[in-house]
Write a protein of this length. Structure first.
Ligand SMILES: O=C1O[C@H](COP(=O)(O)O)[C@@H](O)[C@H](O)[C@H]1O
Length: 260
């Protein structure tokens, strides 16, 4: 697992634009090297901000959208199309405006879908979908995602892994149903830390002063059960993309001066 690297941008708009540019480059490189790319999307303000910036970026046309696999790191377990679902928000921010192959877009099941109102069955089904997409070259029953995006909550949650809840302690399953999440809605589906750690690169996004304490805790040696963001690491790279307000409580030793 890789050690965290920190990049700080002036404000959240610049952070979103820079992250979008970085993601376009990663996708283009992966498609050139392997024919396709696999990305895991996150919900939340910063994840959606990145997608909106990507939609606006002229370089988005460098991506072959038909050779891109999209997965989700977590989902709010609500009916399909609900405005609070992460996939609904991602479609509005970017996905509806690019020529994706629908067969390569893998939303997590909805609460009015084939598993009914059973998030555990829905999580099991998503784990099976991931396992079916994994090949012998992959590291376990999930594909080797090129980039896995994560927003960081003010309480250090990532995906829908919240401090001290059972999901963050999971060591076997790749996807779990989440019950009683402290952030609404209480019922969710989430990748687990073992699934997150199968990604080549994990990028954690945090902007705004309400994220400063979470970033400082997670980057200062906290345990992953108390601070799930601390356990989110990529196999080859773990990148924290912050704006200055979110980085305000970090020791300066953690990042070089003023990235643009
Ligand atoms: O509920 C969620 O929250 C986190 C963080 O969101 P933010 O708005 O505080 O940035 C998000 O990463 C996750 O996907 C989402 O379901």
């Amino acid at each position: 697992m890789s050690a965290p690297e920190v990049v700080v941008h002036r404000d959240k708009e610049l952070m979103a634009k820079a992250a979008a540019a970085r993601l376009i480059t990663k996708i283009v490189d992966a498609q050139a090297a392997r024919g396709s790319a696999a990305i895991v999307l996150t919900g939340g303000r910063n994840g959606n901000g990145l997608l909106a910036a990507l939609a606006e970026a002229p370089a988005r046309d460098a991506v072959d959208w038909s050779r891109l696999d999209l997965w989700w790191g977590d989902e709010r377990f609500l009916p399909a199309g609900d405005p609070e679902r992460n996939d609904t928000q991602a479609r509005a921010a970017l996905l509806d405006s690019v020529p994706l192959d629908p067969a390569r877009v893998h939303p997590m099941p909805a609460a009015d879908g084939p598993y009914g109102n059973d998030p555990d069955a829905a999580a099991e089904a998503y784990a099976a979908e991931l396992a079916a997409a994994a090949g012998p070259e992959d590291h376990g029953p999930v594909p080797s995602f090129d980039v896995l995006l994560l927003g960081v909550g003010p309480d250090t949650h990532v995906a829908s892994l919240f401090p001290e809840l059972p999901g963050v302690r999971e060591t076997e399953r790749t996807v779990v149903g989440v019950h009683g999440a402290p952030k609404p809605p209480p019922t969710r589906i989430s990748l687990t830390l073992p699934a997150i750690r199968a990604a080549r690169q994990v990028w954690l996004l945090a902007a705004g002063e309400d994220k400063a304490n979470a970033a400082a805790i997670a980057l200062s040696g906290a345990g992953e059960v108390q601070a799930p963001a601390a356990g989110a690491r990529g196999r080859s790279r773990t990148l924290w993309l912050l704006d200055e307000p979110a980085a305000a409580q970090l020791p300066r030793s953690l990042y070089p001066p003023a990235s643009a």
